[in-house]
Design a protein around this ligand. Structure first.
Ligand code: SF4
Length: 541
């Protein structure tokens, strides 16, 4: 909250406190039936006297109690702003997230555990301004979320600035002569994007609001309840309604409940009515219904994985296994076996499997068109889904895409990776001279550098072990498809670097390559894998 807003808030609080003298204290009143749902140790709350947020929270808690939902399976997510405090005041699993990101966070929760009822409780600034894009896309895909959008017509917490919901002509700290812009009509926005239940009430309509929230909580799909709520401290003060009751009086005069009205007819303007009611109540398959339809019965945690994983079964490619034993002919011309692998890499080779792996930075680079970006995605996919490790992936490619520089950088670990930027890779793959020249200086001492034997001429650097792999030649000569050189290199990477298991890489390749090319790509993988194992003297004769 800005200093100005804080001063105004405390001035408002002092004035109201004077008027509240004689009102019984909490101790005098005793416990409230809804206290069990509140983190009473956090009270008193920070909301100003006369703010509508308390009413909305009260309606929400009542609706939740009536809903019969298992409270252990309810999660509440809020973003930034005065409304965002709600998540912290409720004795539920709650997440107070970054500005505008409540909906994506809630989406992740729901995808990770579809048994949860996920509620987003946030303000108009958070949900419709900075988070506006998330709002429409979650509605479009019909994510099973209940969104309670508290619309107080301004950015309350930060000093009462104009918002995309401020009515035309509404005065705020940044529109002292009245807002010049047309505000969002939230029900219409939600309806156009595909929400299945949409209602609007003011904080005056406590009973109807509670009923609507109750309905929204039990409705599958993306449900939105907009609550027009007083912000007397800021919006009200700028608009001649500096106390909560002034704003309630305004709602009393302006609000009308309409049935059979269309969402596009419920714009809010200062002079006109505030049309309230239920505007949309339709059935549509949720995003997770669609997932289930396509992929069959799911366990809760399957949903996330399926977003990235086409239903390819390794076993369905019967011939693939037969290529495993094939040693690339080119291996016989290899310039000799590796005397040793760098210490770190050897260690990782030994520990690949279920033992812990620390953060390992891996950089794949080459030019656009060599499949560098795809290689990074495949490796990341395999590590995350099949080795079940943490991994981040960042990519970079020039505007020219084909022919320009391209890189994919991964950090692989058994612990959460907090920052995805790769600065000191200990494993690097360079598929072009330019990429080698650009990046090889970043490789840590003792690091492993795989280069395409025919495309990169390395400068020997002390402390780096450079391992040439004729990936392009193997792809050209043995598979007649140069395009799979990157997969040959992934085979070598898998065999030598110890950052991903063979099975995980095989499955990730099958998940990622175009239909009909699985066998070719599996052959390419095993050519590279066996070539590298030959260098280690593990299989080549
Ligand atoms: Fe105060 Fe307005 Fe924030 Fe409510 S929305 S807590 S009245 S600044």
């Amino acid at each position: 909250m800005s200093g100005g807003a804080e001063k105004q808030r405390s001035r408002g609080a002092e004035e109201m406190e004077g008027e509240l003298a004689g009102v019984p204290t909490q101790e005098e009143i005793g416990r409230h039936p809804l206290d069990d749902l509140l983190r009473t140790e956090r009270l008193p709350h920070i909301w100003c006297p006369g703010c509508g947020l308390g009413t909305v929270l009260s309606c929400f808690t009542s609706a939740l109690m009536r809903s019969g939902l298992d409270l252990d399976k309810v999660a509440i997510v809020s973003g930034i702003g005065c409304s965002g405090r709600a998540a912290g005041y409720l004795r539920l699993d709650g997440f107070h997230t970054t500005h505008g990101r409540a909906i994506p966070f809630a989406t992740g929760l729901k995808l990770a555990n579809r048994d949860l009822k996920v509620v987003v409780f946030s303000g108009d600034g958070d949900l419709i301004a900075i988070g506006g894009n998330h709002f429409i896309h979650a509605a479009r895909r019909n994510m099973d979320l209940t969104v309670i959008c508290v619309n107080n017509f301004n950015y309350g917490m930060t000093g009462g600035q104009v918002a995309p919901t401020t009515p035309t002509g509404g005065r705020t700290s940044t529109s002292p002569r009245g807002n010049l812009e047309h505000p969002f009509n939230i029900p219409n926005l939600a309806a156009a994007a595909g929400a299945t239940y949409i209602a609007r009430w003011t904080a005056l309509h406590a009973r109807r609001l509670e009923k609507s929230i109750h309905k929204a909580l039990l409705k599958p799909g993306f449900s939105v309840v907009e609550v027009i709520s007083p912000c007397p401290t800021l919006y009200g003060r700028f608009n001649r309604a500096k106390y909560g009751p002034d704003m309630m009086e305004y709602y009393h005069q302006k609000a009308v409940v309409r049935r059979d009205v269309q969402p596009w007819e419920v714009d809010i303007d200062l002079a006109g009515e505030i049309i309230c009611g239920e505007f949309v109540d339709v059935e549509r398959p949720t995003f997770q219904d669609r997932l289930q339809e396509v992929f069959g019965e799911l366990r809760p945690s399957d949903d996330l994985a399926l977003l990235h994983r086409p239903p390819v079964e390794l076993e369905s490619h019967g011939e693939v296994d037969s290529v495993q034993a094939e040693l690339p002919a080119i291996a016989r011309e290899a310039p000799g076996r590796l005397e040793s692998l760098p210490h770190e890499a050897k260690l990782r080779t030994r520990i690949a499997g279920r033992e812990r792996i620390g953060p390992v930075e891996v950089l794949l680079c080459g030019f656009g068109g060599q499949g560098v970006i795809l290689s990074g995605k495949i490796t990341g996919l395999g590590v995350a889904l099949y080795d079940e490790r943490e991994v981040t992936l960042t990519q970079s490619y020039g505007p020219e895409s084909r022919g320009g520089a391209a890189s994919a950088a991964l950090i692989i670990s058994d612990r959460p990776v907090l920052y995805p930027h790769v600065t000191h890779p200990s494993v690097m793959v360079a598929l072009s001279q330019e990429a080698y020249t650009t990046y090889h200086g970043q490789l840590v001492e003792g690091g492993m550098l795989l280069i395409d034997a025919d495309l990169v001429e390395p400068d020997p650097v002390a402390g780096q072990q450079v391992i040439p792999v004729p990936a392009t030649r193997i792809a050209d000569q043995e598979l007649k498809r140069r395009i799979v050189a990157n997969i040959v290199m992934l085979g070598a990477l898998t065999a030598l670097a110890g950052v991903i298991s063979e099975e995980a890489m095989r499955k990730a390749i099958l998940d990622s390559v175009p239909k009909g090319t699985e066998e070719l790509n599996m052959k390419a993988f095993h050519k590279g894998y066996e070539y590298a194992r030959g260098l280690l003297g593990e299989q080549a004769g």
